[in-house]
Write a protein that binds this ligand. Structure first.
Ligand SMILES: *[C@@H]1O[C@H](CO)[C@@H](O)[C@H](O)[C@H]1NC(C)=O
Ligand SMILES: *[C@@H]1O[C@H](CO)[C@@H](O)[C@H](O)[C@H]1NC(C)=O
Ligand SMILES: *[C@@H]1O[C@H](CO)[C@@H](O)[C@H](O)[C@H]1NC(C)=O
Ligand SMILES: *[C@@H]1O[C@H](CO)[C@@H](O)[C@H](O)[C@H]1NC(C)=O
Ligand SMILES: *[C@@H]1O[C@H](CO)[C@@H](O)[C@H](O)[C@H]1NC(C)=O
Ligand SMILES: *[C@@H]1O[C@H](CO)[C@@H](O)[C@H](O)[C@H]1NC(C)=O
Length: 690
């Protein structure tokens, strides 16, 4: 291995100093160990790992990582402008953050620039942006290995190879795979996390561009390419171009790796020595919640440790009773004693606040020194306890960087204690209203909105079940140490409903964030969450509560006030004056517009979370027209009704839990169905090959 590697290196070093543009340019990286910036130029988040593996992106959202051969190469004959033949051979791997969900992919590219200005991540793979898409002056050629199906670019599926010319809409594409012999095609799962080898060969005499794939484990290059596309690259390429890789992540993310790369102009690329390529870093077991199926060994271990824990509890006075079925539950089950010690006996000094459902204490585990927030919920009924706990189990499996993670729980008599990640900066409302300690800048506010949007998108569309939050508001948005917005209390509203009278449901939520239809139907839906999110967006921009009891009558309801300003073309007057006019006007207008759209009284008129996220990301233009929130309302004018509501809850009592009934058996909103049969996440994102 060392020998082959050294050989590759030597070749690079030999080539590098005498780099005159020639029609026989060639290079060869059998692993990138010791390869410096001069030999391969990296930009974005691309990094060389110690093992010699090139990592283009990690699994954080919306990154771009690129690696290019540092010098431009001569791609065309200077005298007649005819493109040269070339051949490239490389090995790559895509390791997704969540199994089966890639984001977004990587591309082999020949480009004017090593760092295209204004290029976007996500579906643009760091190559182009929404305004230059399809423009002939891009001079961008790419072979994409795409793991997300973008309908915008007519992607065939979420596991394809495509040839892109000046656009992200592929000229030719095929499901990733290879020909074992001339007839039988075998699929390859790009995001399997395994190394894959690929060849891109262009022959300028026949104008044929071939792309060939195969698993790294298969020995020889398949005789038949997966794509063979007839194209003359002469007008697309310039005389000199850069060659390399570009990769990006979006809302969903993967780590993209390249372990070896060889390239040759006017001849076949040298074969990589597959046996000596660097290996992928070991698997991270970050998202165990998503992986289904715990191995027997782990199960035995867990049961063993829980049993020993029980043994301990039993010896403690005031022991909390553990029933057999509770042993099967996922998130960590703490003993009451542990939590009592962590919160110093639930001392008032440790009280962080009163959440919608009970008191919240700060806790520190003495051994690990980890800080947690412990939420104490008292239940009025012992009924349905098993369902209660199975709900906790499913909440515990929700994992997203913009959610406050549930760490574990503890049950003691009628009390339930939930243990969450501790958020050092507390809740968002403390930064917005009254006299905040610190005024959030627009950048911080926008980041918080986008974070919460991405967390909510996960709850609404990306998890195995649809989760309705039901109580979106500034005090349920917590800020971590980097002031990222994270949604708290998700799943709790629904959890709270278990054990309540069948046939009655409680409208859980907070006045001002409550969608008008909720007070009629009592049915929480994704669009009622959107209403709450709309109110949240407006208050973050305006620095005001959705209903400000102390305000002048015409300013009482935030959304009406904003609409009034908006319709008179003075929307910017609604912006929080404490930012001293220091903000990005376009972003502010975008958020106000979205806030108004989400505040529509007609549930159908509100955008979905997915749409909101793509508007916020600037990937899609928002519709120009916004109508008054009450205008699209069908039937009776709930606007008045909503006002009445306000007047009957003056001043401080904005927390509202009311009761309404709906006919039993008609509670078939999907959200409340016990379990949706398939783990269908984003449409088209389920890998059918699994
Ligand atoms: C990924 O890289 C970015 C930029 O280098 C960094 O901020 C982030 O923490 C990394 N994420 C992980 C999960 O390592
Ligand atoms: C470039 O084109 C000219 C004219 O067609 C030809 O004579 C020459 O050999 C070509 N050079 C290369 C390097 O292909
Ligand atoms: C899109 O990319 C082009 C260069 O290809 C750049 O000039 C332009 O500013 C970019 N547009 C945006 C909106 O970033
Ligand atoms: C293509 O890009 C060029 C240069 O960036 C610009 O002048 C031209 O207007 C663009 N064409 C289209 C159709 O957008
Ligand atoms: C295919 O490539 C050509 C350039 O050769 C481009 O003009 C055309 O728009 C592309 N077609 C599609 C469907 O992307
Ligand atoms: C491309 O594939 C076709 C069809 O299999 C083959 O005839 C041709 O020789 C290949 N060309 C290159 C440059 O690999």
């Amino acid at each position: 291995m060392a020998k082959a590697l050294r050989f590759g290196m030597v070749l690079c070093f030999l080539l590098y100093p005498c780099l005159v543009l020639s029609q026989f340019d060639e290079f060869y990286y059998n692993g990138f160990k010791g390869v410096s910036d001069k030999i391969l130029s990296l930009n974005g988040v691309a990094e060389m790992e110690g093992s010699g593996m090139l990592r283009l992106t990690n699994d954080t959202s919306r990154l771009i990582g690129r690696a290019f051969y540092p010098k431009p190469l001569r791609f065309r004959n200077f005298s007649d402008g005819k493109a040269f033949s070339f051949s490239s051979y490389f090995a790559f791997a895509v390791v997704p953050e969540y199994p089966k969900l890639g984001g977004h992919g990587l591309a082999f590219t020949i480009s004017k620039s090593k760092a295209p200005i204004g290029a976007l991540p996500s579906q643009y793979l760091g190559l182009l942006n929404s305004s230059d898409i399809g423009n002939f002056s891009n001079h961008c050629f790419a072979v994409e290995f795409d793991t997300v199906q973008d309908f915008e670019f007519e992607d065939i599926n979420d596991n394809h190879v495509g040839i892109d010319i000046n656009s992200m809409e592929s000229n030719a594409s095929a499901t990733a795979g290879y020909f074992k012999d001339d007839l039988s095609k075998e699929d390859i799962n790009l995001k399997s996390g395994k190394m894959i080898q690929a060849w891109v060969d262009y022959d300028s005499l026949s104008n044929l561009l071939n792309v060939t794939l195969s698993p790294l484990s298969s020995k020889s290059k398949p005789s038949r390419p997966i794509i063979s596309y007839n194209v003359d690259l002469s007008p697309i390429l310039l005389d000199t171009m850069y060659v390399g890789f570009s990769s990006s992540t979006g809302l969903l993310a993967s780590s993209h790796y390249i372990s070896g790369w060889s390239f040759k102009m006017n001849g076949p690329a040298r074969a990589l020595d597959v046996s000596s390529l660097p290996a992928l870093p070991g698997p991270k077991r970050k998202h165990t919640g998503v992986t289904i199926g715990v191995s027997v060994a782990v199960a035995v271990l867990v049961i063993f440790s829980i049993c020993s824990a029980i043994f301990l509890f039993r010896n403690i006075k005031n022991a909390d009773v553990v029933e057999e079925w509770e042993l099967n539950v996922g998130p960590h089950r703490y003993s009451y004693q542990e939590l009592k010690i962590a919160t110093k006996g639930f001392r008032d000094k440790e009280l962080l606040g009163f959440g919608g459902f009970g008191k919240v204490y700060r806790g520190v585990f003495p051994q690990s020194k980890t800080q947690v927030a412990v939420k104490q919920i008292s239940r009025d009924s012992k009924q349905g306890l098993r369902e209660f706990v199975s709900e906790i189990e499913s909440i515990g499996r929700l994992r997203h960087k913009n959610l406050v993670q549930l760490q574990g729980w503890c049950r003691r008599r009628a009390d339930l204690l939930l243990v969450y990640d501790f958020m050092p900066n507390g809740s968002l409302d403390r930064f917005l209203f009254n006299e905040p300690k610190m005024i959030l800048s627009w950048e911080q506010r926008f980041k918080i909105i986008r974070g919460v949007a991405s967390g909510l998108l996960y709850l609404h569309e990306e998890w195995e079940q649809i989760v309705i939050h039901r109580d979106i508001k500034a005090s349920n948005v917590l800020l971590d140490s980097e002031l990222n917005g994270r949604l708290g209390d998700f799943g709790l509203a629904r959890l709270y409903e278990h054990g309540s009278n069948p046939g009655t449901t409680r409208v859980v939520g907070t006045l001002g964030y409550l969608a008008p239809e909720l007070t009629r139907t009592g049915k929480a839906t994704r669009s009622s969450d959107m209403f709450g999110f709309g109110a949240l967006m407006l208050e973050v921009v305006c620095g005001r509560r959705p209903i400000e009891a102390k305000a002048l009558p015409e300013e009482l309801i935030l959304v009406d006030w904003v609409w009034d300003k908006w319709s008179r073309g003075e929307a910017l007057d609604a912006v929080d004056s404490r930012m001293n006019g220091d903000f990005d006007e376009n972003e502010v207008l975008l958020v106000l517009r979205l806030g108004l759209m989400c505040s529509s009284h007609a549930p159908m008129a509100r955008p979905s979370m997915k749409q909101v996220v793509s508007y916020l990301d600037g990937d899609v233009r928002t519709p120009d027209a916004v109508s008054a929130p009450w205008e699209s309302e069908v039937g009776s004018s709930t606007h008045e009704g909503f006002d009445d509501f306000v007047h009957s809850y003056p001043s401080s009592s904005f927390e509202k839990v009311s009761s309404s009934s709906y006919p039993a058996g008609r509670d078939a909103d999907i959200e409340d169905a016990p379990c949706r049969p398939t783990i269908a996440l984003l449409p088209g994102k389920v890998d059918s090959s699994q």
